[in-house]
Design a protein. Structure first.
Length: 220
């Protein structure tokens, strides 16, 4: 996953006998850049790819991730060896067939890199009204090119991306309790609670009031 996009996931199979285990690893761009300099000759492709990709991992990558898991059992070993294993994982992901977007991010002038900067602005200022033309200018693209590349990377438009950020944040506020539906709407940047409720229901299949009621019914 090369860009910050709004995703929802669910575990569909797990049991005490066969528990579900996952590792979320934040990739370090400085490590990727240093590895790219050492490797050289990485695939160059200007065509934008989607920000989320999946593939069957090869044995070498599985082995590296397994070693990272095992290191978590010993703090001393983790401190000494985890940086080396993380560097190996970055190396193998960078060379993987589904690592094309990571390779594109290393080029400062690539569409992937420019869209990444625009996404950072949207995420930091998602409560504010932002003109797409201003985002395009920030990314150094024409509005039409920016819209095309943004959708290729995120599978959505800039305005829909911002809307998703607002709605996801509002749902968290409602689930945490202590805020009214109107309060959640205003807090995430909506000017109209009615519009907020309509778009919230369309996205989540339940009204903000329903979500708030469920949160109040949770017993801890």
């Amino acid at each position: 996953m090369s860009h910050a996009v709004a995703l929802e996931a669910a575990v569909i199979q797990a049991s005490p006998q066969q528990p579900y285990t996952a590792l979320a690893l934040h990739l370090d761009m400085s490590i990727l850049r240093s590895m790219a300099d050492e490797i050289g000759g990485l695939e160059e492709n200007s065509a934008a790819g989607h920000s989320v990709d999946a593939d069957v991992s090869d044995r070498a990558l599985i082995d590296a991730v397994s070693r990272l898991f095992r290191l978590s059992r010993d703090p001393v070993e983790a401190k000494a060896l985890a940086p080396l294993v993380l560097r190996e994982i970055h190396f193998r992901l960078l060379r993987a067939g589904h690592g094309r977007m990571l390779r594109q991010l290393l080029r400062q002038d690539s569409p992937a890199s420019r869209i990444s900067k625009a996404i950072a602005v949207l995420r930091s200022d998602f409560r504010e009204s932002i003109a797409v033309a201003d985002l395009a200018a920030f990314a150094g693209m024409s509005p039409s090119a920016f819209h095309e590349h943004f959708k290729a990377v995120t599978a959505t438009t800039p305005l829909q991306y911002q809307k998703d950020l607002r709605l996801l944040e509002a749902r968290q506020l409602l689930l945490s309790g202590g805020v009214s539906v109107a309060g959640a709407a205003y807090d995430v940047g909506y000017e109209s609670p009615t519009q907020f409720s309509r778009e919230f229901s369309r996205k989540f299949g339940a009204s903000p009031s329903d979500i708030k009621s469920r949160a109040g019914a949770v017993v801890v």
